[in-house]
Design a protein around this ligand. Structure first.
Ligand code: HEC
Length: 197
């Protein structure tokens, strides 16, 4: 598991609603990422860019660590306070979250294995929460986002704590997937070779 073949099992590639959400993220990637490191446009593109040797040289470390009990506990509290009202107390998301509203917006998706938060790199997830959808998609007026930005409310550490809590709900397989995606789209300061530790 975790090998290149299992990458193709990404359900977001086929699910209709997920495709739209993927589109949101790709727009974000286009807007924010300069290099070609974003999750590629198609799973084929992703496969072409996936270089197991390069990934192995990179640090395994994520700033959001589901094995860190202290971080998860902090994240649980912060999630309950800032995110649960929209994304569900148990990370379950809104009913019919895959059906667009009349204005093209979407209801808050789940963050557990049933959603696709786990399809996205640490960098994309972090930026979505820190900046919010409106800022992230400001060059894409057709995208209507109701995801608020938390940059003025939550510290960077607090955002990572929340993702540690969210990740704790994911299966090993999905954790593996997300780790690999994050390695192909490194955070600033997490260069190849893991020299940032
Ligand atoms: C006011 C409701 C609301 C609150 C509060 C909220 N969100 Fe969201 N969130 C949304 C909506 C709606 C979306 C769907 C995408 C969009 O509209 O941009 C979303 C999307 C997301 C996504 C993208 C998920 C994916 O699978 O693509 C992430 C990650 C996320 N939210 C994290 C959080 C976190 C973490 C918090 C708490 C700090 C939070 N949200 C608080 C409404 C909310």
């Amino acid at each position: 598991m975790g090998g290149p073949e299992s990458m193709n099992a990404c359900p977001g590639v086929t699910g209709a609603g997920s495709t739209v959400m993927r589109g949101l993220f790709l727009a974000a990637a286009a807007a924010l990422l300069s290099g070609g490191a974003a999750v590629a446009e198609t799973s084929g593109g992703f496969m072409k860019r996936y270089d197991p040797l390069a990934s192995m040289k990179r640090a395994e470390h994520s700033p959001a660590d589901p094995d860190d009990a202290v971080q998860v506990a902090q994240g649980r509290l912060l999630y309950a306070e800032h995110c649960a009202a929209c994304h569900g107390v148990a990370l379950e998301g809104a009913v019919d979250w895959e059906t667009p509203e009349a204005d093209g917006s979407y209801r808050p998706p789940p963050h557990d294995d049933s959603g696709h938060t786990w399809h996205h790199s640490d960098r994309q997830l972090f930026e979505y929460v820190k900046l919010g959808g409106e800022k992230l998609f400001e060059d894409y007026p057709d995208i209507v986002s109701n995801m608020p930005g938390f940059g003025d409310v939550l510290s960077d550490d607090a955002i990572w704590d929340i993702f540690a809590f969210i990740k704790e709900s994911w299966s090993e397989e999905n954790l593996d997937w997300q780790r690999t995606v994050s390695q192909t789209d490194p955070l600033p300061g997490m260069a190849e070779g893991g020299a940032d530790d």
